[in-house]
Write a protein that binds this ligand. Sequence first.
Ligand code: FES
Length: 245
Amino acid sequence: MSRRLTFEVFRYNPEDPDAVPHTDTFEIDETPYMSLYIALNRLREEQDPGLQFDFACRSAICGSCGMMVNGRPALACRTLTAELPDTIKLYPLPVFRLIGDLSVDTGTWFRQMAERTEAWVHQRLAFDPEAQEARMSDETSQKIYESDRCIECGCCVASCGVANINSDFLGAAGLNRMARFMLDPRDDRDNSDWFEVIATDEGVFGCIGMMACEDMCPKELPLLEVHAYLRRRMLATGLSKQDAD
Ligand code: FES
């Protein structure tokens, strides 16, 4: 016999001056292999066409469907209701600007992070249309690929105690992005350049080691390993700067 699921869903439209944040309760019958994405679509189709939430790929690739599920950040498309109790509480991810109900604006946060950290390959050479393609070892490309698996869903940022109280903190996603370019041999920035960007309280030294980012990452990225790599490199740069002074 299928379970009857109860959904308590956060509702609020920040554009409506009369709106008051509250939760609405819905009930539906669980079906085999039901994901939260399927459940939310059914709620919207059958009970409340105004319910706002995001999705695009439905397969843990686009990073759109992050939300708080019974207090933990998760992707709705990848979370099966079978893994959850009869009552499921859904809230929007904190840290990001609320668009409405369960929909948040992660795009602006990630764009601002990328602009602040100049998250693109920097080359000091003038553009040469005849240049040969730069080669790199398999080992290096694998490391870069590992960092590039981030889908920018925001689950690590939402779970981070520091990011929740310091809106300037780069968070695990931002630091992972930096590590990606530090590993890239095509990027000409040196340790001093990186030091200016991430050896701060808003960067790698702002982390207080709660480790929720790695626990909550739906792509299981090795965020603590990335963090340790950045800290080691920035610490060594800081010490060599001190010696030089
Ligand atoms: S819908 Fe794309 S990650 Fe969930």
